[in-house]
Ligand binder design. Structure first.
Ligand SMILES: Nc1ncnc2c1ncn2[C@@H]1O[C@H](COP(=O)(O)OP(=O)(O)OP(=O)(O)O)[C@@H](O)[C@H]1O
Ligand SMILES: [Mg+2]
Length: 357
């Protein structure tokens, strides 16, 4: 009879990792999504040590203890703080593992399409440090497309726009490959920045990240609300006096701020759609575009975009999970995985890593 311990040796976790600016989402083959945490770490500034990861770190954000600082080690979809990204990834991978140290790992990870070789190697190194045996890297846009239901065998083109926290990634996909793509380091977090900036400059109130996020997700929308006088109380710190304060913000006041960012995104989408070859353009004309990513949850974004590009626009099921689900699907298509994964190590070998411990 096989003992449990020897059985464990046979276990391989096949892990899909979407390492995003805002969230790290991990799914394991056979178990779907097992981890969904903010891509954040809390650092003790005196010892330089990480004292909390993910949700626990995010809960401290804005209310950190004197010596603690909460940071997002990924900025705009790239590895801004290599050492901490590495540690964060290793921590999350450990959390997501089925259990038992003998569990071996293979993983497929996403990266934005304009990622440089240096950044790509930084991500690969981070994965190696997390003790993942074999790592495949795949373009985020392609993963998002598969996750949104685009079939790798479909010869006609589909357009998928992943509106993330730090990046907007547009991928035109046909027959399981990217036929055209564009990636901009402009994401939904730009709306938070614009809201916070407006409150500070025009309403004299400094607000924290939790407050702007609440304002965006619960109150903001991409279309002019019917009742522009509808209001919400926003609390923070009075710029003049430094004291705790609050202001009433109306829907009519928030709308133009949000719209200015949404319009930039829509313009990028619209420009990208003028760069397509005729057959591809014809397919997109029929099918329109699919939205994925957390930014797609902004109220009325689909409606706004539909008006802007005059094409059908749909939001995928659970848009935040499209990328990770697309990555996970790759384990059912090993040949496709080999084809689409971009572990071009010969290219990577020449890249020097500027990040140092
Ligand atoms: N209900 C909502 N309304 C508006 N925005 C939302 C909503 N829910 C999440 N978001 C926004 O979606 C973004 C996170 O999306 P997502 O998880 O796809 O980003 P990410 O993958 O971490 O980022 P990136 O792909 O750019 O690296 C955040 O900016 C968040 O504020
Ligand atoms: Mg993403």
């Amino acid at each position: 009879m096989l003992k449990i311990s020897s059985l464990k040796k046979l276990v391989t976790d096949s892990m899909a990792i979407d390492l995003g600016t805002a969230s790290t989402i991990i799914a394991v083959k056979g178990r779907d999504i097992v981890l969904d945490e903010p891509s954040m770490v809390a650092v003790n500034e005196l010892t330089e040590e990480i004292v909390a990861y993910g949700k626990e770190a995010a809960e401290m954000l804005g209310r950190e203890g004197r010596d603690v600082n909460v940071r997002a080690p990924l900025m705009g979809g790239v590895v801004a703080d290599f050492e901490r990204t590495k540690k964060m990834l290793a921590h999350f991978v450990k959390e997501a593992k089925t259990g038992g140290s003998q569990v071996s790992l293979q993983a497929v990870m996403s990266m934005v399409s304009d990622v440089t070789h240096v950044e790509q190697r930084a991500l690969l190194n981070a994965a190696e440090e997390a003790h993942i045996g074999k790592v495949y890297m795949m373009e985020e846009g392609l993963a998002a497309a598969f996750g949104a239901g685009v079939l790798p065998s479909d010869k006609r083109a589909s357009a998928v726009i992943d509106f993330g926290a730090g990046t907007t990634n547009i991928a035109i996909v046909a027959k399981g490959t990217v036929v055209h793509s564009r990636s901009e380091r402009l994401g939904s977090n730009e709306i938070n920045a614009a809201l916070a900036n407006h409150l500070r400059r025009h309403r004299g109130l400094q607000v924290g990240e939790e407050t702007t996020e609440m304002l965006k997700t619960n109150f903001a929308s991409a279309f002019l609300p019917e009742d522009i006088t509808k209001s919400i109380t926003v609390r923070g710190r009075d710029v003049q006096t430094g004291s705790p304060g609050a202001v009433e913000v109306t829907a009519g006041e928030v709308y133009p701020i949000v719209e200015s960012i949404v319009r930039r995104i829509a313009q990028i989408v619209s420009d990208t759609l003028t760069e397509l070859r005729p057959e591809v353009a014809a397919d997109i004309f029929d099918r329109g575009v699919i939205l994925t990513g957390g930014g797609a949850l902004l109220e009325g974004l689909d409606q706004y975009l539909r008006g802007f590009i005059s094409l059908p626009v749909t939001v995928s099921d659970e848009p935040r999970y499209a990328t990770v689900r697309g990555l996970l699907k790759m384990f059912d298509e090993p040949e496709l995985l080999e084809k689409v994964s971009r572990n071009e190590l010969s290219l990577l070998q020449n890249a020097e890593i500027p990040f140092e411990a």
